[in-house]
Design a protein around this ligand. Sequence first.
Ligand SMILES: Cc1cc2nc3c(=O)[nH]c(=O)nc-3n(C[C@H](O)[C@H](O)[C@H](O)COP(=O)(O)OP(=O)(O)OC[C@H]3O[C@@H](n4cnc5c(N)ncnc54)[C@H](O)[C@@H]3O)c2cc1C
Length: 304
Amino acid sequence: MEHAEQIYQRLVEICGERNVLRDEPMKNHTLVRIGGKADFLVWPETYEQVIEVLRLKEEYGLPFTLLGNGSNVIIRDGGLRGIVMQLKHLNRIWREGNNVIAQSGADIKAVSRFALEQHLTGLEFACGIPGSVGGAIMMNAGAYGGEVKDVLDHVKVATLSGELKTLKNEELELGYRTSIISRTHDIVLEVVFALRPGDYAQIKAKMDDLTFQRESKQPLEYPSVGSVFKRPPGYFAGKLIQDSGLQGKGFGGAEVSTKHAGFIINKNNATAADYIATIEMVRKTVKEKFGVDLELEVKIIGEE
Ligand SMILES: Cc1cc2nc3c(=O)[nH]c(=O)nc-3n(C[C@H](O)[C@H](O)[C@H](O)COP(=O)(O)OP(=O)(O)OC[C@H]3O[C@@H](n4cnc5c(N)ncnc54)[C@H](O)[C@@H]3O)c2cc1C
């Protein structure tokens, strides 16, 4: 890569040496434990550093990828060129009135727990979602009848060119596992959730119940991306895959879970190629057997 050393030095000046990794295997940073190397992986500690990194990528015309907890991405084996940014150090959570405010690198699970401790209701649905707050906004994450859209007031974002903006719930076009961010690629920095006072014991009971349901149905003992496919209108992806007889099948180290057919697990050091081949096999079989097109919920990024 042209100017690689110069770019590295500039990133170190902005974020500090401990927060800049070179040629970093991204399988260390995705929950499914898959992903080739990133040229540069950076972890800014302040919003100013985020903006400065964005300016640097503009200056050098570098490709740029933003990741949260890496719980909903498959990074191909060739990895990611240019700069990959994660906001894991921007993880503060606090309360103002009945609002809970979180920086986008916080775990959405931690925000859900914080709301419980504050006796605030509305975020119980998020107690088992393993993403960051930013990823949860981008995906309009949801579970068991609740979704981000129900409790979001507004977000602060940086545009890709480094401009700061506030976007209200209605401006975010939050839909089923999607938002306007998938088109604008804005970077969510801070999120305000509007919650209501609630009863601690009731909130906790609901969270315990959802955790029990999740643990009994999902193969959480293996790395995965959660549900690989969106729910097709009128069907359940998992049921279609189960009825196609695909559980336990796959390529290389990737396998359709025998516990929940909507999950493809990384059973044994799967590569992205194994995982993607398994996805394609599932889509083809379900299309042939039931005529249903399965749309991906997971994002597949990076080079072959
Ligand atoms: C075991 C398991 C269970 C799951 N259960 C659920 C569930 O019940 N419900 C559900 O909705 N999802 C579920 N998921 C999927 C996943 O956790 C969610 O989609 C989550 O919101 C993704 O967040 P993330 O931070 O990991 O994002 P990543 O996977 O890192 O990124 C996903 C997308 O979000 C973007 N993004 C990340 N951070 C930001 C930011 N700050 N600003 C703008 N864009 C950003 C990325 O660019 C990327 O396009 C599950 C996943 C697993 C592994």
